[in-house]
Design a protein around this ligand. Structure first.
Ligand SMILES: Nc1ncnc2c1ncn2[C@@H]1O[C@H](COP(=O)(O)OP(=O)(O)OP(=O)(O)O)[C@@H](O)[C@H]1O
Ligand SMILES: [Mg+2]
Length: 288
């Protein structure tokens, strides 16, 4: 995949959607760009004054915009689980299957899984783009998104270990019982190994050079403190922030002294309303 991936994260209201839109419009002058909102409280339709959906819409010859539907992704995923359950439990009564599915529907982590799935679909479907730009959801969910692959890998490793031990026991029992030398392939182990590979691929991609994480802050202590926490939390799970975007920058205000070691981009306050492609373009050209 040749695309570069840019994430915009930060406290609510700092300007994530505006900056990701401005940067997308700017880059699309010379590059193929796909801008996607992974925040289910989408802002892009309001910013461009065009109604978007989970089907990418062309804004110009080089710019496509998508507002993903996380709920639909979760439904798709639950549908896949239902199928898997039906295939691997052909001997189970239908109501047992429903019980299992109802528990899965309540399981923690579904929302970030929906996000990761939406992200991976965009990557797959827009491999021709030079830049994939992601307007991210509120901080807590964004952090869960970045940590999901490594958290899942921890669980999967343990489950593989457990499954291998179960398999060993089953093999001993079946050899004693029927003296069978060849044991049929363990479907559950196969599925776990597939999942392991899938999450490893996500983890490697998210931590690769292709990815740029942009933290947007304003010059107020709340957004700066949240920014600090984001940097720390990301560091713990092995990610680094690449750039700090100080948005609505006003040089007469106090200096932002927290992020000196990072590359910084200062975006001034726009005098014009940042609504509509033409306004975005005029402002983008003046700042980048
Ligand atoms: N540089 C700027 N100059 C003037 N207004 C700005 C600038 N950046 C953002 N704004 C305005 O600030 C408001 C919040 O911006 P935006 O919606 O992009 O933030 P957000 O971080 O995406 O918010 P949310 O967390 O709610 O998704 C909007 O009204 C936007 O037009
Ligand atoms: Mg937003």
């Amino acid at each position: 995949m040749k695309s570069k991936i840019h994430f915009y994260i930060g406290k609510g209201g700092v300007g994530k959607s505006t900056i990701s839109s401005l940067y997308s419009v700017y880059l699309s002058d010379n590059h193929k760009v796909n801008l996607a909102s992974l925040d289910s409280a989408h802002n892009l339709s309001d910013i461009f004054n065009i109604s978007f959906s989970d089907r990418p819409k062309d804004i110009s010859s080089n710019l496509k915009v998508t507002e993903v539907n996380i709920e639909n992704k979760i439904k798709e995923y639950l549908g896949e689980i239902e199928n898997d359950l039906a295939i691997s439990n052909t001997n189970l009564a239908a109501f047992n299957l429903l019980d299992e599915l109802n528990i899965i529907k309540q399981s923690p982590g579904l929302e970030e899984y929906g996000l990761l799935k939406s992200f991976s679909d965009i990557i797959e479907n827009h491999a021709e783009a030079d830049h994939l730009i992601f307007d991210m959801p509120p901080t807590a969910l964004s952090m869960k998104f970045f940590s999901l692959p490594s958290r899942s890998l921890l669980w999967i490793e343990k489950l593989i270990d457990l499954r291998n031990r179960i398999k060993e026991k089953k093999e001993i029992v079946s050899t004693i019982k029927i003296g069978k030398s060849e044991i049929e392939q363990d479907k559950i182990l196969k599925k776990l190994l597939e999942l392991k590979k899938q999450f490893q691929t996500f983890n490697n991609l998210l931590k690769s050079e292709k990815v740029e994480i942009n933290l947007v802050v304003n010059q107020d202590s709340l957004s700066i403190n949240e920014g600090r926490k984001i940097i720390n939390e990301l560091e713990i799970i092995g990610f680094k922030v690449d750039k700090i975007i100080i948005n609505k920058f006003d040089e007469t205000q106090q200096k932002v002294s927290a992020f000196e070691i990072f590359d910084q981009v200062k975006i001034p306050i726009s005098k014009e309303k940042l609504i509509g492609y033409e306004n975005l373009k005029t402002f983008a050209i003046s700042i980048f």
